[in-house]
Design a protein around this ligand. Structure first.
Ligand SMILES: *Cc1c(COP(=O)(O)O)cnc(C)c1O
Length: 396
């Protein structure tokens, strides 16, 4: 196909002059790190999602790690997550010495299947192998049914960390009383984690945040973020009256802090979150209409998703074409589609831990047919039409 469209990535950051000005103003200020921008950004995000406490970190991966530590995950504890996610969702628990297991996905939502989770919990209870923490992932920005998972957590006594790396701005509605909950409100979880990697909803270049409503968890998140050190004298251990130093290390923590340069970019980006959401939802709606006539399936459509990703899944019953040749066709037409995700447990590192192909059949059949199409706020109509025409020409 002849085209003058330049390469279209599957996702990319949106940076304007305001963002640049904010970053420059920090560079000219007194503090590059641990100044006023980080707490300001933390407050702005927690207000946006309606939660009480927040802890900004240098990545979502480190936010997931300090979340596991704050919940007391340690050697030989069990942590369950979704196989259809980025490896960080699972790695964070392994950093703490935990053993990880996976709950297969629902083929419609592509999120952890709540019924499968329930069955797995019933079986685990019989053999006394219940998880300490479950980490549901809001895949592509589509919210998990958190209320159901919360109910299971009450019954089976596990803690919940929501991996909402894709889902800043997404919300879910109670099917019965119609209450609306923003992902990150932590109404049905202990902690929620966001990512600010450039391809995510808003960016701080690298960065993440852990959100909670529990003051004690918040204190621990902050402790583990910065070396296990506190300056709060009420937590100091037997301190001589004439001690002049003003901090103590209470735990083995890390340097996972976000800096003020990153936070200033985040503050500026957050002002455009509603616009980003509107654009992403619009593009997803247009994709949905356009791919209806093609032999593909899609993730359950809902305007409460933040649409970090838009995935199509080749429908094997309707076409003999395959995923690899579609990727080739898209690439040769300058469309850098991507694949989200190879089930985590099929990665060589996880296979070494003993996981085998066939473990989560829904995740595996999904990944063998899925293709993530370009979706980001500034995707133009010209680019969108080019993607659709390229798809049509492939299936013709
Ligand atoms: C991006 C991502 C992460 C990790 O985010 P970083 O900020 O890059 O560490 C974790 N989980 C999921 C689901 C992600 O998509």
């Amino acid at each position: 196909m002849k085209t003058n469209v330049k390469n279209i990535p599957y996702g990319r950051q949106n940076i304007i002059q305001d963002d640049i000005d904010q970053v420059i103003s920090v560079l000219k200020s007194d503090f590059l790190t641990q100044g006023p921008a980080v707490p300001k950004f933390e407050k702005a995000i927690q207000n946006k999602v309606g939660a009480n406490f927040s802890c900004a970190t240098n990545s979502a991966t480190s936010a997931l790690h300090v979340s596991c530590l704050a919940l007391g995950v340690q050697k030989n504890d069990l942590v369950w997550t979704s196989p259809n996610s980025f490896v960080a969702s699972s790695n964070a628990a392994i950093y703490c010495g935990a053993m990880v297991d996976f709950v297969d996905i629902d083929p419609l939502t592509l999120n952890m299947c709540v019924e499968t989770l329930q069955e797995k919990l019933e079986n685990a209870k019989k053999i006394n192998k219940l998880p300490k923490v479950v980490i549901p992932v809001h895949f592509g920005g589509l919210p998990v049914n958190m209320k159901r998972i919360f109910e299971l957590s009450q019954e089976y006594k596990f803690k919940i960390i929501e991996d909402a790396s894709h889902a800043l701005g997404a919300f879910y509605t109670d099917p019965i009383d119609k209450s609306k909950y923003f992902v990150g409100s932590c109404t049905h979880s202990d902690i929620t984690v966001f990512s600010f990697h450039p391809i995510k909803m808003i960016t701080t270049a690298e960065g993440g945040m852990a959100i909670t409503n529990d003051p004690e968890l918040s204190r621990k998140l902050h402790l583990f973020r910065s070396h296990g050190i506190t300056a709060d004298k009420s937590f100091f251990h037997d301190r001589p009256e004439d001690e002049i130093w003003n901090y103590q290390q209470l735990e083995l923590g890390y340097n996972y802090r976000m800096n003020d340069i990153q936070a200033s970019l985040g503050i500026s980006q957050l002002k455009r979150l509603d616009y980003f959401l509107e654009r992403r939802r619009k593009i997803a709606t247009n994709y949905n209409l356009a791919v209806k006539k093609l032999p593909v399936n899609t993730q359950l459509y809902t305007d409460s998703s933040s649409y970090h990703l838009y995935c199509i899944i080749i429908n094997e019953l309707l076409t003999s074409k395959d995923q690899k040749s579609l990727f080739k066709h898209l690439y040769s037409n300058h469309i850098s589609a991507n694949l989200h995700y190879i089930p985590i447990y099929l990665q060589p590192y996880y296979r070494k831990l003993g996981f085998k192909a066939g473990y989560c059949p829904n995740s595996e059949s999904y990944y063998k047919g899925c293709v993530s199409l370009p979706i980001f706020p500034q995707l133009s109509t010209l680019e969108f039409d080019h993607v659709i025409n390229t798809l049509k020409s492939f299936f013709e």
